[in-house]
Write a protein that binds this ligand. Structure first.
Ligand SMILES: Cc1ncc(C[n+]2csc(CCOP(=O)(O)OP(=O)(O)O)c2C)c(N)n1
Ligand code: SF4
Ligand code: SF4
Length: 1017
């Protein structure tokens, strides 16, 4: 049947295909796979039918281990069952995968392959998760782009049904799962026609059933287990033929040429790359270019990775080829080589192909972009007489020198492809508008389209970069756009911060800045390098003030519609009138439920965007611009300042890709300095609070609720008051502690404030008012003075709402969303006991805002003390926290035993007294620290107990906090939490109970409620 074209991403394509073949789906969310489960759930809720004429039954479980268990049970009872997962989620399924494969059950797991956490968590793509399953007995099928997911995902289902071996069907997390392409979509009738219904019947007939019962899952001893295990071999031997059979059927239906291993390139190639996943499209682009230059290069795309058919691989390799580079998207430290490389070497060795040199390279870990330059570097390396045996691409490894040198690459995208790049702020609607634009272009023109979205690590308010391509030829460019025809900067602060944005524009291309500057002011805001680039490369520079325009129309901060319209006006991909009509139609569709006035407002914003562009005449002197002012020197501990300068700043400027391996040597074990967030000064709030000290009743509620610790209460002594900068607001303490002794001050940090207004809402007397950020610039120096120079007044600090806010917060300026309540509670805990606290943090929002690499929002007090923080996993947090507690207890008990042994040997009276005081205060965190310090001093003075003095950091009692969301506490981590609480260990648990899995792509998932936990205990 003729296939329809639709614009969709890889997850959508996999979900669409899987739905056709699925009776039951056992699911649990994990990025980037969650949307697959989400689609299936939505279609099931809408009653959509599969090819058997029924609706998929979706069961959400408490964890991936649970989902795999449900999948296993459902398959055993005769339902074709599917799941969707990635990364740690897939790893939690491994034990059951062995069982499912061992019982020859036709499961299909669709995996948007994602990095497995090591020194850090990373939600992005590589193959470390799927490689970790190659021993389970699942067949493994790989796809490299959205169309391939649509075309080949049926093979996984069809071959599983017929071959009786379960399939892991995978494609690259984010690069394919979240890349939007226009693809030809299957008709379910075609899928049905290809299905072996006899095999389906056989599967159902053989399922467990008390009407004709059997037993499975027995236990066996050494006498028979091995032989029994070998009995499955013939099924695995047969799978590749079954896969080929279905690939052939598909090829016949849709005119493709899918094979177990597909070759692309010169028939007489001398150099060949072997790889799987989205890199294959990039390699094809490079090959096209190199072939045109007369070079003889090629690529083998691995589709069926397990079972691995060596003969078919060898058959795919041109006989002329003498050098092969195998590319693996994983890292197996200590291995002779990464997995695909080892397979290829074995295959060639067994075939006696000793004359073919094989080298192995690693690429793309954690979604590191693999542009054409990386692929060129591999072919260049292969051309050398003595290429590196092992190498990396896409990074600069200046430590072990594994990386290949990458040179600026020529443009390899198909001729006529238009490339556009948009820099937005997370939550400003830029990404949504671009998804909309690409759909408009995809659905209303004959053009091929591609959209991909790049994010930084902030929850909202971070940088987003949208990469849009469209053209008349298929788009194989599965990599970031580096040189674009059109670049838009939707947030003027990126220009002020000196991000390298305009450098992305192709010579003669268009650069659009959304800003409130007049045409004559633009030069004042651009740095010297940008001006020079604009002038030397004939960049067409435009500005638009969507900020004021949208405010006037009543759209507030939502400038995205206006900017989308500006893009269509400049890019001229569609006739202007048509573009405006399609945008308006889309707005009507999106907002009609919200009322006609909202629709009208959006229509006005669209009209405004089309007409409000201002072209800037680029002055000739920009070719030789004035040098930028030198950057101020940073203040702070050396290790922290080095980390900030070497890593935080480049990462913050979206230039982290340029950092070499050596930058990370001080952090090789994944450890970072605390307190780095204070250097970010993001300045993202449009409005920030202004304090009216005359109205204020000094209740400290504003500081108490502030999620970002950007409004703080201070007590100033005379000296501090005298030295305060001019304009520092302070008043006499009105009542209670400190009255008559101190001045009360409230300081706001405009550059760190997120503008949520929570402080204003809570203030009982209206002493705070939101004011434009620019009007509050002077307050920054006041805040900085307070942080640096005003001491904590221990006589006013206590554990009341008010008193707690005179203590230094040890959590500040996190990347949580504006108004986040999680951070307010966590901040409060740091004020109550942060100076002696360990935090074990479950994966979830609290680990994302709490633990960004190089940008820790947890910080230290004036003595350098603060929370020692770690995130193990999502599922094991309670146990990890208990481990911390047990270690503290054990180590302190060892110290106590050492002190006791010393006393028995006989010690000076001073030491004895100090030790007795320490014993008495042993369990009190504050007192044991004071008495512990005194004991260490006495020991040092007496010249004894060296080992105890060396470990004086453990003399003080510590507090252990276990932080996590309700998804952790009530679902995936419930068993561990239950065990830890029952153990009676002295731990504290904080559940950020948001009643949703906030930190996941599938907001439809809800953790169990607290009551279900209580009732089941
Ligand atoms: C084994 C595993 N499965 C799934 C995930 C993906 N994941 C990370 S956080 C999260 C939900 C967190 O929800 P919750 O615990 O309620 O915390 P919140 O983000 O709402 O604060 C999920 C599903 C994961 N990291 N590991
Ligand atoms: S507006 Fe929000 S972030 Fe800013 S000071 Fe008030 S509560 Fe804190
Ligand atoms: S909430 Fe209002 S009254 Fe209370 S301390 Fe803050 S500004 Fe003053």
């Amino acid at each position: 049947m003729k296939r329809q074209f639709k614009t969709m991403d890889g997850n959508n394509a996999a979900a669409y295909v899987s739905y056709a073949f699925t009776d039951v789906s056992g699911i649990y969310p994990i990025t980037p796979s969650s949307p697959m489960a989400d689609y299936v759930d939505q279609w099931a809720a809408a009653g959509q039918k599969n090819i058997f004429g029924s609706t998929v039954q979706v069961v959400e479980m408490e964890s991936e281990a649970g989902a795999a268990g449900a999948v296993h049970g459902s398959l055993g009872a005769g339902a074709l069952t599917t799941t969707y997962t990635a990364s740690q989620g897939l790893l939690l399924m491994i034990p059951n995968m062995y069982k499912i494969a061992g019982e020859l059950l036709p499961a299909v797991f669709h995996v948007s392959a994602r990095t497995v956490s090591t020194h850090a968590l990373n939600i992005f793509g590589d193959h470390s998760d799927v490689y970790a399953c190659r021993q389970t007995g699942f067949a493994m099928l790989a796809e490299g782009n959205v169309q391939e997911v649509m075309d080949l995902a049926p093979v996984a289902h069809l071959a599983a049904i017929e071959g009786k071996v379960p399939f892991l069907n995978f494609f690259d997390g984010f690069r394919t799962s979240h890349e939007i392409q226009k693809v030809a979509v299957w008709d379910y009738e075609d899928l049905k026609e290809m299905t072996n219904m006899d095999a389906v019947k056989e599967f159902r007939d053989k399922s467990l059933n008390p009407e004709h019962p059997h037993l499975r899952g027995s236990h066996e001893n050494g006498d028979i287990f091995f032989q029994h295990r070998e009995a499955c071999n013939k099924y695995y031997d047969a799978v590749p033929d079954v896969v080929e059979k279905y690939m052939d059927k598909i090829n016949k239906k849709i005119g493709t040429d899918y094979q177990l291993f597909n070759y692309y390139g010169a028939p007489d190639a001398d150099r060949v790359i072997i790889a799987m996943g989205s890199i294959c499209d990039v390699a094809e682009e490079v090959i096209d270019y190199m072939l045109a230059q007369g070079e003889k290069v090629g690529l083998i795309k691995v589709r069926l990775y397990r079972p691995f058919r060596a003969d078919k691989l060898i058959a795919a390799l041109p006989k002329t080829c003498k050098k092969v580079a195998v590319l693996d998207r994983t890292k197996e430290p200590g291995a002779l080589g990464d997995p695909l490389f080892l397979d290829v070497v074995t295959a060639f060795a067994e075939a006696g192909m000793n004359d073919v040199k094989v080298i192995g390279g690693r690429y793309g870990l954690g979604s590191k972009d693999t542009p054409p330059a990386s692929v060129f570097a591999v072919y260049d390396e292969l051309a050398k007489a003595d290429p590196k045996k092992r190498f990396t691409i896409g990074i600069v490894d200046d430590v072990t020198n594994l990386s290949l040198e990458e040179k600026p690459a020529p443009l390899t995208a198909a001729k006529g492809t238009i490339e556009c790049k948009f820099w937005g702020l997370g939550g400003d609607g830029t990404v949504g508008a671009n998804k909309n634009s690409i759909k408009i272009i995809g659905d209303h023109t004959d053009k091929y389209v591609q959209a991909y979205f790049q994010y930084d690590s902030k929850k909202t308010g971070g940088v987003t970069i949208s990469h849009l391509r469209f053209g008349d030829s298929p788009i194989k460019s599965s990599y970031y756009i580096n040189k674009a025809d059109f670049v838009a900067c939707h947030n003027p602060s990126y220009i002020e911060k000196g991000f390298k944005i305009v450098q992305d524009v192709k010579p003669g291309g268009i650069f659009l800045i959304n800003c409130q500057w007049g045409a004559d002011e633009v030069g004042k805001h651009l740095d010297a390098a940008s001006k020079k680039y604009i002038a030397e490369n004939d960049i067409q520079l435009y500005i638009i003030d969507a900020i004021d325009l949208c405010a006037k129309i009543g759209m507030g901060k939502r400038t995205n519609t206006t900017l989308q319209s500006a893009f269509f006006s400049l890019a001229e991909v569609l006739p202007k009138a048509d573009a405006i009509k399609y945008m308006k139609d889309a707005a009507t569709k999106s907002y009609s439920k919200k009322g006609q006035d909202i629709v009208d407002m959006n229509h006005k914003a669209i009209d405004a965007g089309a007409d409000a562009l201002v072209k800037i005449d680029v002055p000739a002197e920009w070719k030789n611009p004035e040098a930028d002012a030198p950057k101020a020197k940073l203040d702070g501990p050396e290790a922290l300042v080095t980390q900030v300068e070497n890593i935080l700043f480049p990462v913050g400027n979206m230039d982290g890709d340029s950092l070499p391996v050596s930058a990370f040597m001080p952090h090789v074990d994944g450890e970072w300095e605390l307190g780095a967030s204070a250097y970010e000064k993001r300045g993202v709030a449009v409005n920030v609070p202004e304090w009216d000290q005359t109205k204020c009743i000094q209740c400290n509620q504003c500081a108490y609720v502030c999620p970002h610790a950007t409004i703080r209460a201070y007590m100033l002594n005379d000296e501090e008051a005298k030295n305060a900068p001019e304009g520092f607001k302070m008043v006499d303490v009105k009542a209670g502690k400190g009255k008559g002794e101190y001045q009360f001050g409230l300081a706001v940090s405009p550059l760190d404030c997120m503008g949520c207004g929570v402080c204003v809402t809570i203030c009982p007397v209206g002493a705070l008012e939101m004011k434009p950020q620019e009007s509050q610039h002077a307050e920054q120096k006041n805040f900085d003075y307070a942080v640096k120079n005003i001491s904590v007044k221990e006589d006013v600090v206590d554990n009341t709402l008010k008193g707690s806010q005179f203590q230094t917060p040890l959590l500040e300026f996190s990347g949580s969303c504006a108004g986040c309540a999680e951070t307010s509670y966590a901040r409060l805990i740091t004020q109550l006991c942060g100076d002696h606290t360990y935090i074990s943090n479950a994966t979830g929002c609290s680990s994302i805002w709490g633990g960004p690499g190089a940008t820790a929002p947890y910080t230290v007090n004036a003595k350098g003390q603060g929370p020692a923080w770690n995130n193990s996993l999502f599922e094991d947090n309670a146990e990890h926290g208990m481990g911390m507690r047990v270690a503290v207890k054990t180590r302190r008990a060892q110290l106590k035993a050492q002190v006791e042994a010393l006393l028995e040997e006989g010690v000076p009276a001073e030491v004895k007294d100090a030790a007795e005081a320490w014993f008495a205060a042993f369990d009190d965190p504050t007192e044991s620290r004071t008495t512990g310090d005194a004991l260490a001093a006495a020991l040092e003075k007496a010249g004894i107990g060296k080992e105890i003095v060396e470990r004086k950091d453990m003399l003080g009692e510590k507090t252990v906090w276990i932080f996590g969301g309700d998804g952790w506490a009530y679902d995936i981590g419930y068993g561990g939490l239950d065990h830890v609480l029952a153990s009676g260990e002295n731990v504290n648990v904080m559940v950020f109970d948001t009643e949703v899995y906030s930190n996941t792509g599938f907001q439809g998932f809800q953790p169990r409620t607290g009551s279900s936990v209580r009732s089941s205990r």
